[in-house]
Design a binder for this molecule. Structure first.
Ligand code: NAP
Length: 253
C-alpha cells in the first residue's frame, strides 16, 4: 500500500476508472456529489472511502477537506479530476455559468491543494496530478467557460509547483485525451490515461514538476519566449529599459 490518495470527480468517467485502478495500491478517498452511486459501485471495497461533496460549495468543500485531514493526517497523493461541461458560446454564457466553471474547474482544485499541501511540505512528500485538457492550449469556438477555467486550473497548478519546489512535492498537469465519458463522446477509453497517472504518482524526487503530460507525452505548456531575457530582470538596468521602452521601428505601428 502506497498511502492515502484523495481523488475528486470519483463518481464517473475518468475519475471512476482511476478509483478502480488505484484502489488496493492506495487508500482511496473518493469525492463527488453522487454518493449513492459511489456507495453502490465501491461500497464493499475495503480501500475505497466515498464522500459526498459539491465542489461548487466553497464552505462545504473547505469543511470536508479539513475533516479529512483531521481524520487521515498526511494525505500524500492528490488527483484533481472533477470538472464541468459547458459548450455555450461566449454570448450565451450567464453569470452562473461563469461562476460554476471557475468554482468547480479552478477554485476547487486550489482548495484541495491548499488543504493537503501543508502536510505534504511538513512530511517532505507529495504528488499532485491535476487533470487538464490539451484542448485549452488550442481553444476553438464554444467551450469558452471551460477553456478559461481549465486555463486558470493550469496556472494555479504550475504556480503551486514552483512555490513548492523546495520540497519533494511534485505538481503536474495531465491531459486524458478525448475520452468516452458522461461528459464527452471521445474515442478513447477512460483507462487510456492510467499509465500516465501511475507515472506521475510514482515520480522520484528528481522528477518533473509544473509540467503537462498527455498520454505518455510531455506537452509544452508555454512558448519558449526566453521569458527571463524578455520580461526581466525586475531591477532593470538602463540598457534593458532603453531596449523595451524604445522598441524597433516595425513594432511601433
Ligand atoms: N472526457 C474527455 O474527453 C476529457 C478531455 C479532457 C479533459 N477532461 C477532464 O477530465 C475530467 C473528468 O471528466 P470526465 O470526462 O470523466 O467527465 P464525467 O464523467 O462527467 O465526470 C465528471 C466528474 O466531475 C464530478 N463533478 C462535476 N461537478 C461537480 C461538483 N459540482 N462537485 C463535485 N464533483 C463534481 C462528477 O461527479 P458528480 O456529478 O457525482 O458530482 C464526475 O465524477 C474533467 O475535469 C474534464 O474537464 C475530459
Amino acid at each position: 500500500m502506497n498511502g492515502t490518495l484523495l481523488i475528486t470527480g470519483a463518481s464517473s468517467g475518468i475519475g471512476a476508472s482511476l478509483v478502480r485502478h488505484l484502489a488496493g495500491d492506495y487508500e482511496v478517498l473518493a469525492l463527488a456529489r453522487r454518493i449513492d452511486r459511489m456507495n453502490r459501485e465501491y461500497g464493499d471495497h475495503p480501500s475505497i472511502h466515498p464522500y459526498e461533496l459539491d465542489l461548487a460549495d466553497a464552505d462545504g468543500t473547505r469543511s470536508l477537506l479539513a475533516d479529512l485531514v483531521a481524520e487521515w493526517g498526511h494525505i500524500p497523493y492528490l488527483l484533481n479530476v472533477a470538472g464541468i461541461w459547458n459548450t455555450k458560446s461566449l454570448l450565451e454564457l450567464t453569470d452562473e455559468d461563469l461562476r460554476l466553471a471557475m468554482e468547480v474547474d479552478a477554485f476547487a482544485h486550489v482548495r484541495t491543494m491548499q488543504a493537503l499541501l501543508p502536510a505534504m511540505r511538513e512530511h517532505d512528500f507529495g504528488r499532485i496530478v491535476n487533470v487538464s485538457g490539451t484542448g485549452v492550449l488550442v481553444p476553438m469556438a464554444g467551450w469558452a467557460a471551460q477553456y478559461a477555467s481549465i486555463m486558470a486550473r493550469n496556472a494555479y497548478g504550475v504556480t503551486a509547483a514552483h512555490e513548492n519546489d523546495d520540497r519533494n512535492v511534485k505538481i503536474n498537469l495531465m491531459g486524458p485525451g478525448p475520452t468516452s465519458t458522461e461528459m464527452y463522446d471521445g474515442p478513447l477509453p477512460p483507462t487510456a490515461c492510467h499509465s500516465t497517472v501511475d507515472y506521475l504518482l510514482g515520480l522520484d524526487a528528481d522528477g518533473p514538476t509544473g509540467r503537462m503530460f498527455w498520454l505518455g507525452y510531455e506537452v509544452p505548456l508555454f512558448p519558449e519566449l526566453g521569458a527571463t531575457e524578455l520580461f526581466g530582470p525586475f531591477h532593470a538596468d538602463e540598457e534593458y529599459l532603453t531596449r523595451v521602452c524604445d522598441p524597433p521601428e516595425e513594432l511601433r505601428g
